[in-house]
Design a protein around this ligand. Structure first.
Ligand SMILES: *Cc1c(COP(=O)(O)O)cnc(C)c1O
Length: 383
């Protein structure tokens, strides 16, 4: 891949170890941890995160697509289990079966194709049957359970029932409490219907990051954890709830990702001039402006125009003018800066930090969304 060296993403391996330990302390010993590394490991990079998580004992990875499954397959050093929770492309289907990649199935279309391909290759496909329990996204609805069970009983020699699963619709907000309880009830009902029909899943799973914190009683024997792995909370509410419950101000999580660039140019602007495209920023005094070679094309949201902040030499500086495709400008009027000085876009310097959440609140975008937008071509390095 051609790398985009105008900035760099650093991944803190101590933070990764810390977060995995924290997750394990929450779920306890009997529960298997699957780290969710979809969307290029939430922007961190599958290539770097998978081996580092393996160094911390993780042997199970969840992805959305067969494309991502191939990336994990390339990255794994320990032959870890790979589970696809979403899409299998037609081209990848034979590969998925051959490599015994585990797959969520949520409709007959995919289930039948997998089973047929398995028969062709004389390999039992590993399936996780997803039940629709109230999110209304993916999964077999109650009305289809009878037909599903008939099919599974008929084909019972042609697959391994690796899991029975569902996904909660918003466990990170207490506003959804009732809906999650109802989902759990439907799920447990489904589980007993399966068991009554002698269909015994190897694993039962429903919980994401928010659910292990808010509903630990729903962990079953496997959990699918994304955002906590990267040291971020599923929501501010979850962070506060955790801190209040544990009577602590300190977060048990450590942020894994920092994003850094450098100053490419410094210029002087006279009072009364507009800065950048259009007239959104008027210099009200004489100003010193520095340019940073990162723009919305690399994931630095355009809505950070005139509002974003970065850290240079330990000082927080403001974005001035509109964020461009490949660069943005910062106000360096009152600080000593030089070309090539480091610019921290996300990360910390001493007691100053710009975290993804701040970045997110300003631009009104979710943690998750911002991270996944950081251009994949920017190099990721473990530090
Ligand atoms: C993304 C995802 C997860 C992980 O969610 P986090 O909130 O990041 O822990 C778990 N399960 C499914 C089905 C998902 O799509």
């Amino acid at each position: 891949m051609i790398q985009n060296n105008s900035s760099i993403v650093e991944l803190d391996k101590n933070a990764i170890a810390n977060n995995v330990d924290f997750i394990r302390s929450q779920i306890g010993k009997g529960v298997k941890l699957s780290c969710v590394v979809k969307a290029n490991a939430y922007g961190h990079s599958i290539e770097q995160m998978v081996p580092e998580l393996e160094n911390n004992g993780v042997r199970h990875f969840s992805v959305f697509s067969s494309f991502e499954a191939r990336e994990v397959y390339q990255a794994t050093r320990k032959k870890s289990t790979i589970m696809i929770m979403g899409d299998i492309s037609n081209e990848d289907l034979p590969w998925v079966v051959e490599k015994q990649i585990e797959c969520f199935v949520y409709n007959f279309h995919t289930l039948k194709k997998l089973v047929e391909e398995g028969i062709k290759q004389k390999i039992k496909v590993c399936i996780h049957v997803e039940l629709e329990t109230g999110m209304n996204r993916h999964g077999y609805s109650k009305t289809d359970w009878e037909e599903l069970i008939d099919y599974l009983r008929k084909e019972k020699d042609n697959y391994i029932l690796q899991g029975l699963c569902t996904h909660f619709a918003g466990a990170e907000s207490s506003a959804n409490y009732k809906r999650i309880q109802d989902q759990q009830e439907v799920f447990l009902n489904g589980l007993s219907v399966f068991r009554d029909n002698n269909l015994i899943p190897q694993n039962v799973h429903s919980s994401c990051s928010a659910a292990i914190l808010a509903y630990p009683e729903f962990n079953h024997d496997l959990v699918r954890i994304g955002i906590l792995t990267y040291g971020l909370w599923p929501s501010t509410e979850m962070e506060l709830t955790y801190k209040i419950k544990n009577k602590t101000q300190k977060s048990p999580l450590k942020r894994v990702l920092s994003w850094k660039s450098r100053i490419t140019d410094i210029s002087f602007v006279e009072s009364g001039e507009f800065i950048g495209y259009g007239n959104s920023y008027l210099a009200e005094t004489d100003m010193k402006i520095a340019s940073v070679p990162v723009g919305y094309g690399y994931g630095f949201n355009r809505s950070l125009s005139n509002t974003g902040r970065v850290i240079v030499n330990g000082v927080r500086l403001s974005v001035v003018g509109i964020v461009n495709m490949n660069m943005f400008l910062i106000d360096a009027s009152n600080v000593d800066v030089s070309i090539n000085d480091e610019v921290i876009i996300i990360g910390r310097h001493g007691d100053k930090s710009i975290n993804v959440k701040h970045f997110g609140n300003l631009s009104d975008t979710l943690n998750y969304e911002l991270l996944t937008r950081i251009d994949k071509a920017i190099p990721r390095v473990i530090v």
